[in-house]
Write a protein that binds this ligand. Structure first.
Ligand code: NAD
Length: 437
């Protein structure tokens, strides 16, 4: 099939590469000419496991092309995916101006029938807005589909190639068949398509993200109580997760969620409620608990050093909002580091993929190091903020030796307190008793 993907970010590039991988001809359109230039020269602008190989392989075989010109992408393509960003506006609503601008340009450029598919996360009812906008600007026939994306950064390619489900929001039976054909290669073991109307499809995306964020905030709120009462949140997590009605996913306590989706989608859902006369109490609480969790962890580190007159230096492991990504949008790690900097604490940081973007976001006020162990040199403590695999089984002896004092604040509960105790390291984690030296 001939496809055009507009908006070549985390979602658009993965969508384009995976659709090309199964034999489709895909034209990638983005208005960021620097990004398109990089892609044309074989540089992948984001870090996402196995994406580089897929992009290069399919580009070399002529199935993936990059351009800034929408018209080039539209000509000959039957299906047009819109995957541009929908960031939070000042009032918390999702800003869909990029989606509307692309829709308008599509309407002004198409000369034959198209299926226009929105992958971006858009407020419930956007389908009506986009359809109305396009119809008002062209006489060319088109169909509209809401096809929200559920991939996770860090596992985006794997998620796209083998999704839990694919939501197709359209009532049109012929269009359903076309998209079924397009997605068939990704459903070889079982059917993963769920058909519905566009409005329910749009709501499904917000519902999924809100549910996942709720589980995290639930665990984080309990972790605070566990600390007060002497319970161990990790044991509680196991007990909860083993209940088949609850399941074990997304029950990890930590420094709180971040990223480009959960925080903004929670805000957008709350805004949609307000806009419709509903106070989304649970959704507001999910957000408040998350803010408290970032704050509580950062303050715990800051308070530990209260009263110290000498300079404090912290080694920080992890700046990305989660493992396996270079994305720092609303990263709890960046939030905590900024709080440390506000207290004049010096930061020596290491992140396998997000160091340069975090350095920029923090105005060059941290020192980034090429590996975790050099970040420890002369630091007063190690603070773990992202759950990268490579932090899970470190050389504790080297950690203790390089730090001024063997002291770890772990915002991701990566280690067993009993193991740390044997290593002679003071250890503070989330929702568990601290290990004192
Ligand atoms: P992103 O910021 O990484 O990418 C968006 C791209 O769109 C950028 O390259 C930008 O230059 C381009 N763009 C913006 N306006 C444009 C225009 N008018 N014409 C052409 N290109 C334009 O965003 P993302 O993380 O890929 O997210 C895209 C959408 O998908 C959002 O709505 C997001 O909520 C949703 N989503 C994201 C994820 C995720 O994990 N990142 C997962 C599921 C859904």
């Amino acid at each position: 099939m001939k496809i055009c993907v507009v908006g070549i970010g985390y979602v658009g590039l993965v969508t384009a590469a995976c659709l090309a991988e199964v034999g489709n001809q895909v034209v990638c359109v983005d208005n960021d000419s620097e990004k398109i230039d990089k892609l044309k020269h074989g540089t992948i602008p984001i870090y996402e496991p196995s994406l580089t190989e897929k992009v290069k392989y399919n580009e070399q075989r002529g199935r993936l092309r990059f351009t800034t010109k929408l018209k080039e992408g539209l000509d000959n393509s039957l299906v047009i995916f819109i995957a541009v960003g929908t960031p939070s506006g000042d009032d918390g609503s999702a800003d869909i101006s990029a989606v509307l601008s692309v829709a308008k340009q599509i309407a002004e450029s198409i000369t034959d029938y198209k299926i226009i598919v929105t992958k971006s996360t858009v407020p419930v009812g956007t389908s009506r807005k986009v359809t109305g906008l396009i119809s008002s600007k062209t006489k060319v026939t088109f169909d509209y589909v809401s096809n929200p994306e559920f991939l996770k950064e860090g596992a985006a390619v794997a998620d796209f190639m083998s999704p839990d489900r694919i939501i197709i929001g359209t009532q049109n039976k012929t269009v359903r068949q076309t998209l079924k054909q397009l997605y068939k290669p990704f459903m070889r073991r079982r059917n993963r398509l769920i058909f519905m109307d566009p409005v329910s499809a749009e709501m499904s995306k917000y519902a999924a993200n809100a549910m996942l964020a709720t589980r995290i905030s639930f665990m984080n709120e309990l972790s605070g109580l566990c600390e007060k009462l002497g319970a161990d949140i990790e044991l509680v997590r196991q007990a909860l997760g083993s209940d088949s009605r609850i399941g074990a996913s997304f029950l990890f306590p930590g420094v709180g969620f971040g990223g480009s989706c959960f925080p903004k989608d929670i805000r957008a859902l709350a805004y949609m409620g307000k806009d419709n006369g509903l106070d989304m109490k649970l959704i507001h609480s999910v957000r408040q608990v998350n803010d408290v969790q970032h704050e509580r962890f950062a303050n715990r580190v800051i308070d530990y050093f209260a009263g110290r007159t000498e300079d404090i230096t912290l080694a920080v492991w992890g700046l990305a909002f989660k493992a396996k990504t270079d994305d720092i949008r609303e990263s709890p790690a960046v939030y905590c580091v900024q709080k440390f900097l506000d207290k004049k604490i010096k930061i020596r940081a290491y992140d396998p993929a997000a160091a340069s973007s975090a350095l920029k976001a923090l105005n060059g006020n941290i020192k980034t190091l090429p590996d975790g162990y050099s970040a420890l040199e002369g630091a007063d403590a190690l603070v773990i903020l992202t759950d990268w695999q490579e932090f899970r089984n470190p050389d504790f002896e080297a950690i203790a030796e390089k730090l001024k004092k063997p002291l770890i604040f772990d915002g991701r509960n990566l280690y067993e307190p009993a193991v740390i105790k044997k290593e002679g390291i003071e250890y503070h984690s989330i929702g568990r008793k601290s290990v004192m030296k």
